[in-house]
Design a protein around this ligand. Structure first.
Ligand code: ADP
Ligand code: MG
Length: 235
């Protein structure tokens, strides 16, 4: 599903280049559901953006869903992402002027037939406990409910890979746990691979597998790793 070899990513800021990720090897099998852990600034979002084709790879090889994402140009990455990736963000990214249903309908592929589309939407909103709230605006929903809508939007086309960047980060702890459990259950039922960043150890323990980013990012593997990285990165 995901295969990384000798991957490097730097950011350029004020004329300086700073190396953020250096991953000799990492792989994720199809159907795995993984919680990615690590302190703020350790490169978790950057890694998700590379895997999702949002950011280009600087060096090394990245294969996702059978495609070689490293080496793709921006248009190719956009097409790759549309076909393969469901993205879930900490702050939902719903369009405020559209109802919950319209937010999801916007991305819904598949049959053009209006009745079967409506049926599909109803089923998914029921699965996340929002059958009665389909025609509410985001502002008329709680934060937990808004994230459930975003989950439906990410999953409804059944993309093989779901990337979630701190999906419970802006929810209270209890609501966050319920939302994470729901996301895990839906991905299991649909057979989708899930890679989710979380800060919360309790939420991480809901996952069959937990990976600290320091296990793969070489820049984090020694006490002076970041200092070394900073020095090496300034070219
Ligand atoms: P995390 O998600 O683990 O908190 P990020 O991947 O967001 O970490 O960021 C990793 C490092 O890269 C941080 O030091 C951050 O400041 C830096 N960084 C992130 N985005 C950019 C950017 N667009 N330009 C320059 N530096 C960035
Ligand atoms: Mg982040």
């Amino acid at each position: 599903m995901i295969r990384i070899e000798q991957l490097e990513k730097s950011y350029r800021l004020q004329g300086q280049t700073k190396l953020i990720l250096q991953i000799p090897y990492w792989s994720v099998a199809e159907g795995e559901r993984i919680a990615l852990l690590g302190p703020s600034g350790s490169g978790k979002s950057t890694l998700l953006h590379l895997i999702g084709g949002v950011l280009p790879v600087d060096r090394g090889e990245l294969q996702v869903c059978g495609s070689k994402v490293s080496g793709m140009n921006e248009a190719e990455r956009d097409a790759f992402r549309a076909a393969n990736i469901g993205y879930i963000f900490q702050d939902f990214h719903l369009i405020p002027a559209l109802t919950a249903r319209q937010n999801v309908e916007m991305v819904l592929g598949g049959p053009a037939d209006r009745r079967s589309r409506m049926q599909q939407l109803k089923e998914w909103f029921s699965r996340v406990g929002l059958a009665e709230q389909m025609d509410h605006l985001p502002s008329q929903l709680s934060r937990g409910q808004q994230q459930r809508v975003a989950i439906v939007r990410a999953l409804i086309n059944r993309p093989p890979l779901i990337l979630a960047d701190e999906p419970t980060g802006s929810l209270d702890w209890e609501t966050g746990g319920l939302v994470m459990k729901l996301l895990l259950d839906l991905c299991e039922q649909e057979g989708l691979t899930l890679l989710a960043v979380t800060h919360d150890l309790y939420h991480a323990r809901l996952f069959p597998k937990t990976v600290p980013i320091s296990d793969m990012n070489r820049l984090l593997q020694s006490a002076d790793g970041l200092a070394v990285a900073a020095g090496r990165g300034e070219r």
